[in-house]
Write a protein that binds this ligand. Structure first.
Ligand code: DUC
Ligand code: ZN
Ligand code: ZN
Length: 467
């Protein structure tokens, strides 16, 4: 099957060029000048020609932080591998890296194997896994080595949630030492959970039980403290570190200071921290519960700092932490914010939201948009250059993006399996028009053209950002 995408502007993290993209089967074979002889002969013999005049042609998005079919919380995530990845395809994200978790007394590889079974044959886009680590003991570092050899090269640890998935500093240091040996990346949920739990209990005792107090008690000071400690531990271990879902200017300052000292410290933020804020948690009639995630939404003034961090590359990646819960599931915590399940639905909207905030509103360049949504996660998590760019030899995961197609985000039109939208009524300037997954058109406008199981499992290399 030969496909030519003609007349568009190809945008990668590096350059913006008028060029045609030539695809043979699943692979890009040429990015060439529109008037070239190669285009003419290729297009003549092509099975399909896609006209991209006036559109951007960008590498498929990579969302490096999702939780599909997760059951580790108060309520199960009802977004399945099937529903979540179809929504992902509609949003122009052609690869996800999902978190496999250990439940009960499971070992590291158990969570991975269960997750692989659950995902097999279900996914609409390509997928890999990180592991959420709990119950670290002397076996855990060896299990980590085993998984790295299988292509699972990143491991999330928690400084929050004592008594559940929390690891103490010694356990974290031990795993970081092993990561320094095996080349993997430790991802950190950096919030001081021990102190936060005291504040949460005190709030509940005072009768402060509304969703707003979820935000108030998880103060950014205790996010920054945990980031600082995680950096210190990784420096001692000699391992790189990746902070997940960084939410505040306080935490960002710690990352900036570490990077200025030359440490291999990286961080991701999420659209919710750039577009939503603490006041959403204070919406009346328990509506605020729809915005409960951890770390929580912050006062609006943090947002400018995060955008600046993206501009200066102190924040490298934008991922969603997609972890949706329906209204009925939120209701579990009506009488105590501590029982509201944590996580927001964003997977489908990441590319369009980030285009809006970055490009349409003039904060960042087109190339930076592609970088933080596609190339940076590909490099961070060992998928580059197969993913994250449009170049000869790379997978033909391609989005035709219309920069002038105003529309409104709404639960009425989204494909995510959740009964509300955190972005209801938000106006977007640009829109995903067509999506190709390894050369196959899976989305055309409002039509889904894929088949169940199109997505392939991706064993990953190690992070390619290290010196
Ligand atoms: N951390 C996540 O990454 N996702 C959901 C909840 C949490 O604490
Ligand atoms: Zn987390
Ligand atoms: Zn998460």
């Amino acid at each position: 099957m030969r496909t030519a995408i003609t007349g568009g502007t190809v945008v990668t993290a590096i350059e913006t060029v008028l060029a045609d993209v030539l695809i043979e089967g699943e692979i890009v074979v040429g990015v060439v000048h529109p008037d070239s002889e190669m285009t003419r002969t290729f297009a003549e013999g092509a099975d399909r020609v896609i006209d991209a005049q006036g559109k951007f042609v960008v590498p498929g998005g990579i969302d490096a932080h999702t939780h599909l079919q997760a059951t580790g919380q108060i309520a199960p995530v009802l977004e399945t591998f099937e529903t979540g990845t179809v929504a992902s395809a509609f949003g122009g994200t052609t690869t996800i890296i999902d978190f496999a978790f250990m439940s009960g007394d499971e070992r590291l590889p158990d969570g991975y194997e269960r997750h692989r079974e659950n995902a097999a044959g279900e996914c609409a886009v390509d997928y890999g896994f990180h592991i959420m680590v709990a119950n670290v003991d002397e076996q855990s570092p060896k299990e980590m080595d085993l998984l790295v050899r299988e292509g699972v090269t990143s491991f999330k640890m928690f400084m929050a949630y004592p008594g559940r998935v929390y690891s103490d500093d010694g356990q974290i240091l031990r795993m970081m030492q092993q990561a320094a040996e095996n080349g993997s990346l430790i991802q950190m949920h950096a919030e001081n959970g021990i102190a936060i739990d005291v504040l949460r209990e005190q709030a509940a005792e005072r009768g402060d039980i509304e969703p707003l107090f979820h935000g108030v008690t998880r103060t950014p000071i205790l996010e920054a403290e945990a980031v600082h400690r995680a950096i210190a531990l990784s420096e001692v271990a000699g391992s790189p570190l990746y902070i997940v879902h960084l939410s505040s200017s306080n935490a960002l300052e710690e990352v900036v200071a570490a990077r200025d000292r030359g440490l291999n410290v990286f961080a991701e933020t999420c659209p919710q921290y750039l577009f939503l804020d603490l006041s959403d948690l204070d919406r009346p009639d328990f509506e605020g519960s729809k915005f409960v995630c951890s770390p929580p939404l912050r006062p609006q003034e943090h947002q400018d700092h995060l955008w600046r961090g993206l501009r200066t590359n102190d924040l490298q990646v934008v991922a969603t932490d997609h972890c949706p819960f329906c209204w009925e599931q939120r209701e579990i915590g009506r009488n105590d914010f501590r029982s509201i399940p944590n996580g927001l639905p964003t997977l489908e909207h990441r590319m369009e939201l980030m285009f809006q905030g970055a490009v349409a509103e003039g904060r960042l360049s087109l190339n930076r948009w592609v970088d933080m949504c596609s190339r940076a996660p590909a490099k961070m998590f060992g998928l580059y250059p197969r993913k994250g760019t449009i170049a000869p030899g790379s997978d033909a995961d391609i989005v035709v993006f219309d920069p002038n197609s105003p529309h409104t985000l709404s639960v009425e039109t989204h494909h995510m399996n959740v009964d509300y939208s955190c972005y209801e009524g938000m106006r977007m300037t640009g829109q995903v028009e067509k999506v190709l997954l390894r050369g196959k058109v899976v989305v055309d406008g409002t039509e889904y053209l894929g088949t169940k199981g199109d997505g392939q499992y991706l064993p990953r290399d190690i992070c390619s950002n290290l010196l």
